[in-house]
Design a protein around this ligand. Structure first.
Ligand SMILES: [Zn+2]
Ligand SMILES: [Zn+2]
Length: 283
């Protein structure tokens, strides 16, 4: 079985969405059955059995005040319950499950728990994108590497990742070596801290995703890199498989490489979710 468990219905950023708007408007909107159905259709054509739509929490007005950052706040225009209803409705006919990509934001634990509570999510991704409102690890406009030494960024990121893993709020940690996106590779002397993170993740029961998205970024490799993924496999951490696509055409992009990396790291199964309950299925 193959899954793509990290998908967005639109690009990030107001001008970026404006540029693509015609695509979903022609289908009746980004929450229409036709638009979401296109993701499922593309998955089927690439031998992927099931997909999860995992919209960014920053898109929803409920999360607008969680981060003191103008880009984040301009993004927060959507209604989360309309989103949940739309994806669940499509999921009654197609192999589509409801997820969300939730940011880890220290101090917002209660807001995050409140947001998730009572909503019918099948899978919750946990992502560290922001170290604070002015320092992101993957946003070019607020890039932490522009204002902190690279080793500091990685060290701050690992601390945040360990806190996220310990929080009990998530099912899967997404793109866990994301700071390498623009080519800032992991500083070898922090290896001990990375091993600590691996131990915490293994003890938390979380899965990590093997994401093909990094192959299409400056770094040109999967998240996490093959050695780290193998270490996670040895530690007993389950895996998911994902593309992090932001349009139907990107579903399952570069999966032959990602699947080869997963298998090379030692994985024979990936994790499937229903109602946030994991189950191992053979790749
Ligand atoms: Zn992300
Ligand atoms: Zn994403």
């Amino acid at each position: 079985m193959l899954t793509d468990y990290h998908l967005h219905l639109q690009p990030d950023g107001v001008p970026e969405r404006e540029a693509e708007r015609d695509a979903w408007e022609a289908c009746g909107g980004h929450l229409s059955a036709e638009w979401i159905g296109r993701y499922a259709q593309r998955a089927g054509s690439r031998a992927v059995d099931e997909i999860a739509i995992t919209e960014h929490v920053h898109r929803f007005s409920e999360a607008r005040d969680w981060l003191d950052n103008p880009w984040w706040q301009a993004e927060a225009t959507e209604d989360v319950d309309a989103y949940c209803d739309a994806v669940c409705a499509v999921g009654r006919d197609l192999p589509v499950i409801l997820g969300i990509e939730m940011d880890w934001l220290p101090g917002r634990e209660r807001d995050i728990a409140g947001f998730l509570e009572g909503r019918p999510f099948d899978i919750v991704l946990g992502s560290v994108h922001w170290l604070d409102g002015s320092a992101a690890v993957d946003h070019p406009e607020y890039l932490a590497f522009d204002t902190r030494p690279a080793e500091q960024v990685w060290s701050d990121y690992l601390e945040a990742l360990i806190s996220a893993a310990s929080s009990g709020l998530f099912d899967v940690l997404a793109h866990i070596d994301l700071p390498k996106k623009f080519g800032h590779h992991f500083p070898p002397h922090l290896t001990g801290r990375l091993e600590d993170a691996t131990r915490v993740i293994a003890g938390s029961g979380l899965a990590v995703e093997c994401s093909s998205a990094g192959l299409r970024k400056q770094v040109g490799e999967v998240y996490p890199d093959p050695d780290l993924l193998a270490a996670l496999c040895r530690a007993g951490v389950p895996a998911t498989l994902s593309s992090d696509a932001h349009a139907p055409d990107g579903v399952a992009a570069d999966f032959p490489t990602a699947v080869a990396v997963l298998k090379g790291a030692g994985y024979a199964t990936i994790t499937r979710y229903r109602g946030r309950v994991p189950e191992q299925v053979e790749i």
